[in-house]
Design a protein around this ligand. Structure first.
Ligand SMILES: Cc1cc2nc3c(=O)[nH]c(=O)nc-3n(C[C@H](O)[C@H](O)[C@H](O)COP(=O)(O)OP(=O)(O)OC[C@H]3O[C@@H](n4cnc5c(N)ncnc54)[C@H](O)[C@@H]3O)c2cc1C
Length: 409
C-alpha cells in the first residue's frame, strides 16, 4: 500500500495485523499445504479473539465499523500467509456482507454476531458443477412448502464444505424470467452433505468440496432480502468477493518480491551480487512497479466503494482491481522464482507454494475473463451514455468534416 495514502490509524491497524500474522505458527501453514489440516478452526477463532474479523461491520455485532480502505490494509497483511488463510479471513467479510447489508435483525443476531465472535464458521456456495461463471444459470432449486424452502441440487468448490457451519446458498425459486434466484442461509444441520473434497494444486487446507442438497429443509426466515432478490444479493457480494481476492494477492506478491529482493542482495554469480545484473534488478523494478500499480488500483476501488457503494462504476473498478492484482501477483511471484533460480523451485523457499496458491486467484471469485466482461460492459455503458461534458476530439482531425468518409456499416 502506498505509504502516503495511509492515516495514522491505518498504520496502527497494519501493525496490529502484522503482529497477528507473525504469531501464526509455521506448522499450521505446512500442515494445511500437506492436507493434514483440512479446515483450521483455531486460526479463525484466533482472528475473532483479536477482533480482526469483519472489520467493516457494526460494533454492535462484533465488528469495528471500519471501511473498505481499512479492510484492504488488513487483508494485504493477511495475504502474506497464503491464499487459504487469506480466504478464511475473507469469508466472514464475504458472507457477512449479505447479512450486514440485507439481513434482518434476527439474522444478524443469529449469524453475523456469532461469525464475528468465531463461534460459527461460514462458507459461500455459489458455483455449481455445471459452471461458476454463468451464475444466473443456477440449477439448484428451492421450492416453498409451508414455512420452509426445500432445496435440491449441488454446489462445487465450496471452501468450508468441510468445516463450515453455515452456507450462503443461491437457488432458483419460482419467479419471472431473469428474477428467479434467491439467497438463503443454510445451516449444515439442516441437511447439507459434503460429498467430495478436492485435491488442489495450492490453496490447500480450506476444505474445498462439493455440497449436495437433497430435500434440505430451510426455514423461510433464512431467506436473505426476499424472494427472487438473489441477483441483488449477488451484485453486492461480488464486491467483497473480489476486493478480498485482490488485496490478498497484493500481500502474497509483496512477500515474494521482498524475499527475492533480499536473496538477490546476497547471492553471487560471476563474482558479483546478482542484483548487480540488470537482468535481475530490472526484473525487480518491473515487479515493484506492478505491485504498486496493483495496490493503488485496489486502494482506488476501496475508496470508490466506500464513497459510492455498489454501483456499476464501483463494480468496474473492483473488477479491474481483481483482475490486475491477481494477474500481477502471479507474474511477480513467477519473477521472484526466476530471480532466486533453481533453489526457488524447491521447498527450501516458500516461492513454489506461493506460486501454486496464486494461480487460483486468477480463477476464483470470477475469472479474469468474467472481470473483463464486467469492465468492458460498464465502460461501454458509461462512455456511450449521452453527455457532452468533454471535448469532442473527433472534431480535431483536419478532415473531420469529411462525413462521407465516416462509414460504419
Ligand atoms: C479451490 C477453489 C475454491 C473455490 N471456492 C469457491 C467457494 O468457496 N464458493 C464458490 O461458490 N465457488 C468457489 N470456487 C469456484 C470458482 O469461483 C469458479 O471455479 C470460477 O468462478 C470459474 O467457474 P468454473 O470453474 O465453473 O469455470 P467455467 O465457468 O466453466 O469457465 C471455464 C472457462 O471459460 C471461461 N468463460 C466462461 N464464460 C465466459 C464468457 N462469457 N466469456 C469468456 N470466457 C468465459 C472462464 O473464464 C474459464 O476460463 C472455487 C474454485 C476453486 C478451484
Amino acid at each position: 500500500m502506498l505509504e502516503a495514502l495511509l492515516t495514522g490509524k491505518q498504520k496502527a491497524l497494519r501493525e496490529e495485523v502484522r503482529r497477528y500474522v507473525k504469531s501464526v505458527p509455521k506448522q499450521l501453514l505446512l500442515d494445511m499445504d500437506a492436507d493434514k489440516i483440512r479446515y483450521p478452526r483455531e486460526y479463525v477463532t484466533g482472528l475473532a479473539k483479536k477482533k480482526l474479523l469483519g472489520l467493516r461491520f457494526s460494533p454492535e455485532y462484533g465488528g469495528r465499523g471500519l471501511k473498505w480502505v481499512d479492510e484492504i490494509i488488513a487483508l494485504e497483511e493477511i495475504g502474506v500467509l497464503g491464499m487459504s488463510l487469506g480466504c478464511l479471513f475473507s469469508l466472514v467479510s464475504i458472507v457477512g456482507e449479505a447479512l450486514d447489508v440485507f439481513g434482518t435483525e434476527q439474522q444478524k443476531k443469529k449469524y453475523l454476531g456469532p461469525l464475528l465472535k468465531g463461534q460459527i464458521f461460514c462458507a459461500e456456495a455459489l458455483t455449481e458443477p455445471r459452471g461458476g461463471s454463468d451464475f444466473f444459470g443456477a440449477t439448484t432449486t428451492a421450492v416453498k412448502k409451508g414455512d420452509y424452502y426445500i432445496l435440491n441440487g449441488q454446489k462445487r468448490f465450496v471452501v468450508g464444505a468441510e468445516g463450515a457451519d453455515i452456507f450462503l446458498v443461491y437457488a432458483r425459486t419460482e419467479g419471472a424470467a431473469g428474477k428467479s434466484i434467491s439467497a438463503f442461509v443454510v445451516e449444515r444441520d439442516m441437511g447439507v452433505e459434503a460429498k467430495y473434497i478436492y485435491g488442489l494444486l495450492g490453496t490447500r487446507g480450506g476444505g474445498a468440496g462439493r455440497l449436495v442438497f437433497k430435500n434440505t429443509r430451510v426455514p423461510g426466515e433464512n431467506l436473505i432480502l426476499g424472494l427472487n432478490r438473489g441477483a441483488d444479493v449477488f451484485n453486492q457480494m461480488m464486491i467483497p468477493e473480489r476486493m478480498t481476492s485482490a488485496a490478498g494477492a497484493v500481500g502474497l506478491a509483496r512477500a515474494a518480491l521482498e524475499l527475492a529482493t533480499k536473496y538477490s542482495d546476497k547471492r553471487k554469480a560471476f563474482g558479483r551480487k546478482i542484483r548487480e545484473f540488470e537482468g535481475v534488478s530490472f526484473r525487480i523494478a518491473d515487479s515493484i512497479t506492478k505491485l504498486d500499480a496493483a495496490s493503488t488500483l485496489v486502494y482506488g476501488a476501496a475508496v470508490t466503494v466506500d464513497a459510492m457503494g455498489s454501483t456499476g462504476y464501483s463494480r468496474r473498478l473492483v473488477s479491474e482491481a481483481k483482475r490486475f492484482a491477481t494477474e500481477a501477483a502471479w507474474e511477480i511471484i513467477n519473477n521472484a522464482m526466476q530471480v532466486v533460480g533453481g533453489i526457488g523451485y524447491t521447498n527450501v523457499y516458500p516461492l513454489e507454494k506461493m506460486l501454486r496458491d496464486a494461480r487460483l486467484s486468477i480463477i476464483w471469485t470470477g475469472t479474469s475473463e468474467i472481470m473483463n466482461l464486467i469492465i468492458q460492459h460498464e465502460y461501454y455503458r458509461e462512455t456511450l451514455a449521452p453527455a457532452d461534458k468533454v471535448r469532442n476530439v473527433e472534431e480535431d482531425a483536419q478532415e473531420a468534416h469529411a462525413i462521407d468518409e465516416k462509414i460504419y456499416e
